[in-house]
Design a protein around this ligand. Structure first.
Ligand SMILES: [Zn+2]
Length: 138
């Protein structure tokens, strides 16, 4: 199956990038995720001195169009944040650029400038942000 690995440096020193994979032996998304994790692990296990350790940020599947409705979250903090006894991770969507905070395991709350309903879908968020930029420029 075809899938896209989203890869970054472990120390966050550069923007994440994508790597297209086409592996006929992989049949399920679960296998693809496992393969991607193993791939990064073996890369990190055999690092040359000029290479930096990598981490797997996510795996995307291009054949599922509905996936574009879902944000592709990347954690932007290295360590979990704590403000006024609230513990959270800060997130950035690699597709549309909206930001959010994740409380607990999967309670994701969009940041205050993205509270409109349309931002819940990545596809409509991209349209809304485009409109916002046009407004700013015009
Ligand atoms: Zn998004």
């Amino acid at each position: 199956m075809q899938f896209i690995m989203i890869v970054g440096y472990l120390d966050g020193s550069s923007k994440p990038w994508t790597e297209d994979e086409d592996r006929p032996s992989i049949k399920t998304k679960e296998q693809a995720r496992q393969w991607a994790e193993d791939c990064i692990k073996s890369f990190n296990d055999t690092l040359r001195s000029t290479e930096a350790a990598r981490k797997l940020i996510g795996v995307k599947f291009p054949e599922t169009q509905s996936a574009s409705e879902a944000h592709v979250w990347q954690k932007t903090n290295l360590v979990t944040q704590m403000v006024r006894s609230q513990v959270f991770d800060t997130l950035l969507c690699l597709e549309c650029g909206v930001t959010a905070k994740r409380h607990g395991l999967d309670n994701i709350v969009l940041d205050s400038s993205y509270r409109a309903k349309g931002f819940r879908s990545c596809r409509t968020a991209q349209e809304l942000l485009k409109k916002r930029r046009e407004k700013k420029n015009g």
